[in-house]
Ligand binder design. Structure first.
Ligand SMILES: NC(=O)c1ccc[n+]([C@@H]2O[C@H](COP(=O)([O-])OP(=O)(O)OC[C@H]3O[C@@H](n4cnc5c(N)ncnc54)[C@H](O)[C@@H]3O)[C@@H](O)[C@H]2O)c1
Ligand SMILES: O=C(O)C[C@H](O)C(=O)O
Ligand SMILES: [Mg+2]
Length: 474
């Protein structure tokens, strides 16, 4: 039996194996019988009577891992020393660190990078603040700021628990676009306090990436920071997601031969991502878009305490459809999920129009398991990196900030976002386009390059770039 569940994970079993009483063959057979897939075997130490080995096994979940551990513990001559989760191992001590660019080996070095030499640099910046861009980390550094209230689809898990995601985002900024990023998780949910903290720390940064802040607070926080700061402020869950979604949908529609203006789109989860994705699709020509949240379809005859929902209802659902997700998804061409795990059923998908497009983007568990949906959909995408068609904001935020920093943009505007979406979509050529390849891989080096170029061009075109234009050298 092989492990196919979308929640599968790798566990490492460290075993002491008594050479006389146990063999690797027996151990492998026991693991296979218990349903685990062995993906690696390493010798840690080898003695005359026993060896210590790490056996890496793909398991479906924690309970499955426990069962395999118990099975191994019952084998004669085998002692389970410990069991570790490979995902936990890569997080030990955190995922990023600060390194210096210049060695500090002697007093001379010290006196230049630190006092007294550093003082004249400080004075130069005090006299001409713009010099912070050439003489400090500002020009290449982003703050990734969260309050831990909407972490992936895990919800309000607090600032400490949000850190692994923010460290991960910082890592991706660096890996994919060479942007230095600091994860900053704030122990407050108060919008006034978040705005004032971010404003106070802004001098060190060339841009602010807001992350995993729940709606509707995220809208006010972002709007105020955009107004009050002169560096780009970008709520990734809104705009990064919307940019990548539009890129994916433009390409998926080429496959089904339908046009944005004619299709019925259902967006499930009218929070940060849902509202931004919907606005972007409307700007791209969508007309029949219906938003659904926990209480069903949003429509203009209802009264909402949340003013963003009132605004949303007024610009969507032109035919005033009401009811649950299952009611409004009938005859829809496109489902976009930015809500919660496993809320879309096979029957819902089967009630959609011909050639359904399903983007189940909730993380880490999508609205429907892609394996379950596959037989009934034409194009399927999720936010996960272990499945085809990954619609995830990681395709956008490194490149869009690379471009914004390079031209020293004062903001990331609509034109820059649209340019980024078109650039991502364009990486997949017409020859390459297929049901399982509507969106490029994040590892495709062309993505960041094309997004950066398109964003820089749009920033100069719309007058928000502040760096003197230099013709590219030939
Ligand atoms: N793939 C990506 O790139 C990407 C990007 C951003 C967000 N997301 C995912 O989208 C989800 C929402 O993120 P967000 O930042 O917008 O959060 P949010 O808290 O701002 O919004 C979530 C919304 O979903 C609604 N919701 C929750 N359960 C629901 C259900 N069963 N039916 C209908 N609506 C439901 C909530 O009421 C809320 O309005 C998360 O799972 C997140 O991981 C994915
Ligand atoms: O973090 C991700 O993988 C995407 C997105 O920002 C999310 O909150 O789910
Ligand atoms: Mg997020």
């Amino acid at each position: 039996m092989s492990v196919s569940s979308s929640s599968s994970t790798y566990m490492i079993y460290r075993l002491q194996i008594d050479k006389e009483h146990a063999s690797l063959g027996e151990i492998a057979a026991a693991i296979e019988r218990a349903g685990g897939d062995i993906v690696g075997i390493d010798v840690i130490s080898s003695g005359r009577s026993s060896t210590v080995r790490d056996i890496t096994v793909n398991v479906s979940d924690q309970a499955h891992s426990d069962r395999i551990g118990e099975t191994l513990g019952r084998l004669e001559g085998v002692q389970v020393i410990h069991v570790s989760d490979r995902t936990f191992l890569v997080h030990l001590g955190g995922k990023i660190e600060v390194t210096s660019k210049i060695p500090v080996k002697n007093r001379d070095d010290l006196s230049r990078v630190y006092t007294p030499g550093v003082a004249k640099i400080c004075t130069a910046i005090a006299e001409q603040p713009n010099k912070a861009y050439s003489l400090t980390i500002k020009r290449n550094t982003i703050a990734v700021v969260s309050d831990g209230t909407a972490v992936l689809g895990l919800g309000d898990i607090g600032p400490m628990a949000a850190m692994p995601v923010m460290e991960g985002k910082a890592m991706l900024f660096k890996e994919f676009a060479g942007v230095d990023a600091f994860p900053i998780c704030l122990d407050t949910k108060d919008p006034d306090e978040i705005v004032s903290i971010v404003k106070a720390m802004a001098p060190a940064f060339g841009g602010i990436n807001l992350e995993d802040i729940s709606s509707p607070r995220c809208f006010e926080i972002e709007e105020r920071l955009k107004r009050e700061l002169d560096i780009p402020v970008f709520h990734d869950d809104q705009h990064g997601t919307a940019v990548v979604l539009l890129a994916g949908l433009l390409n998926a529609l080429k496959i089904t031969g339908k046009s944005m203006a004619d299709i019925k789109i259902v967006v499930n989860g009218i929070g940060a991502a849902g509202i931004a994705c919907s606005k972007m699709l409307l700007a791209a020509g969508a007309r029949n878009l219906i938003g659904v949240d926990r209480s069903g379809a949003l429509h203009r005859d209802a009264h909402y305490d949340n003013k963003h929902w009132t605004e949303f209802a007024n610009m969507t659902n032109p035919h005033g459809e009401t009811g649950s997700l299952s009611d409004v998804i009938r005859q829809a061409d496109v489902f976009i999920g930015v809500s919660a795990p496993n809320i879309l059923t096979v029957d819902d998908v089967r009630s959609m129009a011909k050639d359904p497009i399903v983007f189940a983007m909730a993380n880490p568990v999508p609205e429907i398991d892609p394996e379950v949906a596959k037989p009934y959909v034409r194009v399927m995408a999720t936010g996960r990196s272990d499945k085809p068609n990954q619609i995830n904001n990681v395709l956008c935020f490194p490149g869009i900030f690379r471009g914004a920093l390079d031209c020293r943009a004062s903001e990331i505007n609509e034109a820059m976002k649209l340019a980024a979406a078109q650039a991502i979509a364009s990486v997949v050529t017409d020859e390459e386009l297929s049901e399982t390849y509507i969106i490029p891989s994040v590892f495709n080096m062309k993505v960041v390059e094309k997004v950066k170029e398109a964003v820089v061009e749009a920033a100069y075109r719309t007058g928000v770039a502040r760096k003197a234009w230099r013709e590219p050298s030939v």
